[in-house]
Ligand binder design. Structure first.
Ligand code: ZN
Ligand code: ZN
Ligand code: ZN
Ligand code: ZN
Length: 488
């Protein structure tokens, strides 16, 4: 199920556990690992029944086992699963188990993969690492209780535990499987655009780093390929990232604690400037132009790099909570986002992750508004604003996801899209000369090609493959105007 390149080898270290290291020097873009998912299933909270065979929307139930949903195109699903419920002790299991509690889907799959002697070995790595359930029982923001009600109780009372022979099914075992599934899952996108979770034994157990040195691509069948994002030296640890790189350190660490029960102390987390991006820095209240960074090794307060003035940590956290809460309240209203930006700009570093978040929101509202021509303001002003906002995001994104990066490619594409529109309009309205227009287009062509290059490892049949097509269309547009006007 997993295929390792000969360029990586397994290693062990107390803190990291079993992991992979580069066995020789590796170039960016080289394949490190290929893996098919152990299972792909809907999220715990999914309510829409999906076909057990193809994962499209389902409206019928398998006639043979009367348990699994199917779609109009599929008349059978995994033979072991179907037989398990339609013969022997399986017949006594409540037929409504899945339909009434669709969230249990992933658990059911794992339990039956383990029950099936042919697939049991594939799951071994997933279930062998001990987990301390006590760390989760009272300490996961209510998740345990939710799992208890939605997943564990329905399974325990369905008759399923009595039909499973391979292992004794207890409430704690089910809770442990929930945790194991979540800690090995990536969000994957189905053909219909819905997100599902794909469980990958190796790909999802790589150690975390907030600046990953790998990039992963998934095709339509959810097969995963892991590539080196940057050049690796022999002995380098292969890392993945399980947080959003566009969040600040405290937020990434919080997310990691919740989702994987891990503390991160990577180089980015230990650097209060976050690789010079200042994504968590505050504006100094005492001196003009000064920025305060967190004193990570001492008080934990924010200290101005210029004048040394102290901004207490409690004050910073309170402010961040306030902005976070305000962002949750906004319902896509442009003026509200602009007001928030104006309100918090004087308090936060321009690259602060919360300001970037607001800017991204404004940029995407503007994109839709420009498309539909739905705002009263002149289009050129909006385009200029969008170009500026998309441009602000570029250097920060580049710094936190170096090398071959989808996230940076997307940021470049957004910038390209806005810039081509603006340049065309400026030229049409004679704001710029033909020469200036040609110079702008030449610069934008280079940006489009850079974005394409960053997506070169993505399979055609994926969301990123579609993005490649879109960038190609923009490049054609640029090329055609360069042909027309670039000659003189
Ligand atoms: Zn189907
Ligand atoms: Zn069936
Ligand atoms: Zn980190
Ligand atoms: Zn200062």
């Amino acid at each position: 199920m997993q295929e390792f390149s000969e360029k990586v080898q397994s290693a062990y270290e107390e803190k990291l556990g079993r992991h992979l290291v580069a066995s020789i020097n590796i170039e960016a873009g080289e394949t490190l690992l290929e893996e098919a998912p152990l299972l792909v299933a809907p999220h715990w909270e999914c309510g829409q029944l999906k076909c057990a065979q193809c994962l499209q929307e389902s409206y019928i139930i398998c006639k043979r086992c009367q348990v699994y949903p199917l779609c109009m195109d599929c008349d059978e699903h995994d033979d072991f699963e179907c037989k398990f419920f339609s013969t022997g002790a399986g017949c006594a299991i409540n037929k409504d188990l899945l339909v009434k509690n669709y969230g249990v889907c992933a658990l059911l799959k794992l339990l039956l993969l383990l029950e099936n002697p042919e697939t049991r070995a594939n799951c071994q790595t997933l279930i062998e690492k001990p987990i301390k359930l006590e760390d989760y029982r009272h300490n996961d923001g209510g998740m345990w209780q939710e799992h208890e009600e939605q997943l564990v109780k329905p399974i325990m009372s369905s008759g399923l535990p009595e039909a499973i022979k391979f292992q004794e099914v207890t409430s704690d075992l089910i809770h442990a499987y929930c945790i194991r599934i979540d800690s090995h899952a990536f969000e994957v996108t189905a053909r219909d655009g819905d997100t599902l979770k794909g469980v990958y034994i190796c790909g999802a157990s790589l150690p975390h780093h907030c600046v990953p040195n790998t990039v992963l691509a998934l095709d339509e069948q959810f097969n995963m390929k892991l590539y080196a994002a940057v050049p690796l030296k022999a002995g380098d640890i292969i890392y993945n990232s399980y947080t959003n790189p566009l969040m600040g350190t405290t937020q990434r660490q919080h997310q990691l604690r919740l989702s994987r029960h891990q503390e991160c102390s990577c180089s980015r987390c230990l650097d209060p400037t976050e690789l010079g991006t200042h994504m968590s820095s505050m504006k100094c209240r005492q001196c003009p132009g000064g920025y305060a960074i967190c004193d990570l090794s001492g008080s934990g307060d924010w200290v101005c790099e210029g004048c040394g003035a102290v901004l207490p940590a409690a004050e910073v956290h309170e402010l961040l909570a306030e902005v976070g809460a305000a962002l949750v309240e906004v319902q896509g209203e442009l003026p509200v986002f602009e007001a928030l930006l104006a309100q918090y700009k004087p308090l936060l570093h321009p690259n602060h992750f919360l300001l970037l978040d607001i800017k991204q929101n404004i940029a995407s509202i503007l994109r839709a508004a420009i498309l539909m021509n739905s705002l009263a303001e002149p289009c050129k002003k909006l385009l200029e604003r969008r170009v500026q906002l998309c441009g602000d995001l570029l250097p920060v994104t580049r710094a936190v996801v170096p090398g071959i990066s989808k996230l940076y490619a997307i940021a470049l594409f957004e910038f390209l899209l806005a810039s081509v529109d603006l340049s065309e309009m400026q030229f049409a309205e004679s704001d710029v000369t033909k020469q200036e227009y040609v110079a702008q287009l030449t610069r934008l062509r280079a940006i489009g090609k850079e974005a394409l290059d960053l997506l070169r490892l993505e399979p055609e049949n994926s969301a990123e493959g579609y993005l490649v097509e879109r960038i190609g269309m923009e490049l054609e547009r640029i090329e055609s105007d360069l042909m027309k006007y670039g000659r003189l």
